[in-house]
Design a binder for this molecule. Structure first.
Ligand SMILES: *Cc1c(COP(=O)(O)O)cnc(C)c1O
Length: 301
């Protein structure tokens, strides 16, 4: 691993309502692992980085939007490992690059912009072959690390957590790669809970199958209905929640993923979803840099 992972810090959420229900809630602070490549992304990249270092054409190529945590992590991790990186970016090149893309460039990533229409099929084999013809025989990482190798990388997370006796492990779900990694590594008696951050995400089980080749994970639960309108959508209630959560626990969250996760878990605890005696671990998967896209003053942290 290119960053010192030690044990991941675990913060207990002190809340009288949880104590009364005999429930303990911990936040596993993957966001603190590194200032740039915090969170789950570095794990998902692990085996692609290894492949890149063994390959002749020492270049990783991946895909993402203008605020992609994944592209930024790819740019940084490539540079740190002496690899080149290429980012295929969704949408026409803007006059001003987002902070995320500027940082990608600073880490040596070569950015290549394609239209939203073209981006939709950019992961297809024929398109990938065209990219390889253009950029050389790169290691191509699907958007968000959505690939069995990404899931294998994410399966390393649980081994680093301190609260191994958790009854529930909860994660925000985008591509479901992190989720798949958790399912690969969780014990039989540990429930793994997915909170989709995308609207109408009905294919989570199928995605997990593609990533793990296990037909049914008995310990998978999906808590839907907390996407706040869809990917990267938000409303005042979510923003208020983020500020209140920070005041109460001193933990910053991001509006795309971790705020929705924490909102969902808290709401479900209040609704009695978790039985007494539950020890819940929520993964803080990082992504805080994405908050830069919010208007100044929206958040108090
Ligand atoms: C990418 C990301 C996720 C989603 O992970 P998947 O493996 O794509 O499901 C969750 N949280 C944060 C902060 C992320 O950046």
């Amino acid at each position: 691993m290119l960053i010192d992972l030690k044990n991941i810090q675990s913060d207990e959420l002190e809340n009288i309502a949880f104590t009364e229900k005999n429930i303990k809630v911990f936040v596993a602070r993957l966001d603190l692992l590194h200032p740039v490549v915090s969170g789950n992304k570095i794990f998902k990249l692990q085996y692609f980085l290894e492949a890149g270092m063994q390959a002749q054409h020492k270049t990783l190529l991946s895909f993402g939007g203008a605020f992609s945590n994944h592209l930024l992590a790819t740019a940084f991790a490539s540079k740190a490992n002496g690899l080149k990186s290429i980012g295929i970016v969704r949408g026409e090149k803007p006059g001003n690059l987002s902070l995320t893309l500027q940082q990608c460039q600073d880490f040596g990533m070569q950015l290549h912009f394609i239209s939203r229409q073209e981006f939709k099929n950019a992961g297809d084999e024929s398109y990938v072959n065209r990219l390889k013809a253009k950029f050389g025989n790169c290691i191509v990482i699907p958007e968000g690390g959505y690939h069995p190798l990404g899931a294998r990388g994410a399966s390393l997370i649980l081994g680093l957590l301190k609260n191994k006796e958790a009854t529930h492990i909860c994660t925000a779900t985008g591509t479901a790669t992190t989720l798949a990694g958790l399912l690969l590594s969780a014990g039989e008696n540990q429930q793994v809970i997915a909170v989709p951050v995308i609207k109408n995400m009905t294919d989570i089980e199928d995605r997990v199958y593609q990533l793990t080749h296990v037909i049914k994970h008995k310990n998978l639960q999906i808590i839907d209905g907390y996407h706040f309108g869809g990917y990267a959508k938000k409303n005042r209630e979510l923003v208020n929640f983020m500020n209140e959560f920070y005041i109460q626990y001193c933990i910053p969250t991001d509006f795309v993923y971790t705020a929705k996760l924490m909102f969902a878990v808290q709401d479900k605890i209040n609704a009695g979803f978790f039985p007494p005696g539950s020890r819940i671990i929520c993964l803080h998967t990082g992504g805080l840099q994405g908050n830069h896209s919010l208007p100044r003053g929206t958040l108090i942290f």
